[in-house]
Design a protein around this ligand. Structure first.
Ligand code: ZN
Length: 336
């Protein structure tokens, strides 16, 4: 009898397990499904407003990064990350901060609009939020100059305008959204070595701490882009020597220093994919342009995150380790 009871309970548990999955309100989307849903929304709003989808994608992506970098911004619930405070949306003098009536929102000076035509302007509705932002851009105009003016009005910060503009050029170039994979900066078939040197004291240039990871390798080992991005800076810096800075779509700036030279065709403004060769390992730096050989050849690799106010460096070592692991896995798969 007791055994039968236990069996019955087990059966009930097993039957109800999948049901709890169905009962969940939120359906978990795969990464690919999220990109598709997001692109559908960009294209739909582009059709209604004539604002190019890659402007919308650029701002949305920048704001997604800000939500992950700023504590006072919650993580988005839908697939669109453009942020409005409740007060901005409903209107600063609106007694009801959760107002969804487009007429009263307009009356109280709120920005919230009804994008999907259901009669409500909802801060939690992706289409309403995206349409509201597209409508804001539309007022300025559709070319790059007006886009930059609209961004300046919104962020009041050159760096934010530059980053969003750069994002839009990357999206326009690739014409797709899944641009967040990475590569290890050196090919696996070369000899190289690195360890975690985050925060170590530096030998040159005063009391600075070491903001990055040094990957030691021979002269002229190819150095590759680690992410999809756009070259923001290329040239000489007295600390970094010949160096390159690339901004990716996660608002992260990747810094490659002490190069012996640059890859042909890589210029400021060039758009790169992970694995693209951008330059070659060297020992340049610590002096006037052309200085080299003051230390063994290595790649100094740094990562900096923009949070909408400033930029700060974080330890690239864990990212490097994970990209390297992935590269070994991919190589094993290829060899089958
Ligand atoms: Zn270094």
């Amino acid at each position: 009898m007791k055994r039968k009871m236990i069996a019955l309970i087990l059966i009930i548990v097993f039957i109800s397990l999948p049901l709890t999955g169905f009962a969940a309100e939120k359906v978990e989307l795969s990464v690919q499904q999220i990109y598709e849903k997001r692109m559908d929304l960009y294209k739909k709003v582009e059709t209604i407003t004539n604002v190019p989808w890659y402007y919308l994608a650029a701002v949305d992506t920048y704001e997604r990064g800000l939500r992950r970098a700023q504590r006072d911004r919650p993580i988005e619930e839908g697939v669109i990350a453009i942020f409005y405070s409740k007060e901005e949306w409903a209107g600063p003098s609106n007694p009801d901060v959760t107002d969804t009536n487009p007429l009263s929102i307009q009356f109280f000076g709120g920005v919230g609009l009804d994008g999907d035509g259901d009669g409500l302007a909802e801060l939690t509705n992706d289409e309403d939020v995206l349409y509201t932002f597209a409508h804001y851009l539309e007022k300025f105009g559709f070319d790059e100059t007006h886009f930059r003016i609209a961004l300046w009005e919104k962020y009041k910060r050159d760096q934010s305008v530059n980053i969003v503009h750069s994002h839009s050029l990357i999206y326009k170039h690739f014409d797709r959204l899944d641009l967040h994979t990475h590569a290890f900066p050196m090919p696996l078939n070369y000899n190289y070595s690195y360890r975690n040197t985050w925060g170590d004291k530096r030998g040159w240039g005063g009391r600075r701490i070491h903001e990055g990871t040094d990957i030691f390798a021979g002269y002229n080992v190819p150095i590759r882009a680690t992410a999809y991005g756009r070259v923001e800076i290329k040239g000489w810096n007295k600390y970094g020597g010949w160096r390159i800075g690339i901004r990716d779509l996660d608002n992260i700036y990747h810094y490659y220093a002490h190069l012996s030279g640059f890859e042909k065709g890589i210029e400021e403004g060039s758009i790169v994919s992970p694995g693209d060769v951008i330059g070659y390992c060297g020992s340049s730096g610590y002096g006037k342009p052309g200085t080299q050989g003051k230390f063994p050849p290595h790649l100094h690799y740094g990562m900096y995150r923009d949070n909408g106010y400033t930029e700060w460096s974080f330890d690239p070592y864990p990212s490097l380790k994970s990209w390297e692991r992935q590269a070994y896995k991919d190589r094993k798969k290829k060899r089958g």
